[in-house]
Design a protein around this ligand. Structure first.
Ligand code: SME
Length: 159
């Protein structure tokens, strides 16, 4: 079997599990924690997996939600700031293959080399984001991007 096929099968499996968790969800926070753990435990290049949620009081800010990995000092991020804030402001997926080249970047740990941030959109509005840090440079392929986009589409049903 080709390495790519193996990766695709793994992503298909993880997407199925995510869909099951979302369909059976009775507690949003517990479900988001379980999804973080599922992704981090099964993708060796995902070293930190977390959700940021859009502030409910109307501020254009992201608030740290459930995550798996080391604690981060970035518990609130204004729209436009860092990779997360830019992805929120533009409602676009950001894949950064080398974070050291980014001027508008908020570092959580010097170990992080690349990052993926995918917005969660519900009824045209951004409600949160999935953020993944990797200790490997250029860790995220087009397949990762497609996979994470599908995960976020599924997760958007929780909102
Ligand atoms: N690196 C992010 C901040 C969040 S941490 O990665 C958990 C950014 O630049 O927005």
């Amino acid at each position: 079997m080709e390495l790519q096929d193996d990766k695709r099968q793994r992503f298909d499996f993880l997407l199925d599990r995510t869909e099951e968790m979302v369909e059976k969800a009775s507690d949003m926070e517990k479900t988001l924690i379980a999804i973080c753990n599922l992704l981090k435990d099964n993708c060796t290049h995902y070293d930190w997996v977390g959700f940021y949620l859009v502030d409910q009081s109307g501020k254009r800010e992201l608030v740290l939600g459930p995550f798996a990995g080391e604690p981060t000092e970035h518990v609130r991020i204004p729209f436009g700031k860092g990779i997360c804030g830019q992805a929120a402001a533009r409602k676009e997926t950001f894949i950064i293959q080398d974070v050291s080249t980014e001027a508008n970047y908020l570092s959580c740990s010097p170990k992080v080399k690349s990052e993926a941030v995918v917005p969660i959109i519900n009824a045209g509005k951004i409600v949160g984001e999935l953020d993944i840090d990797s200790h490997r440079c250029a860790a995220f392929t087009k397949e990762d991007e497609n996979f994470l986009n599908q995960v976020c589409k599924t997760v958007s049903k929780l909102f």
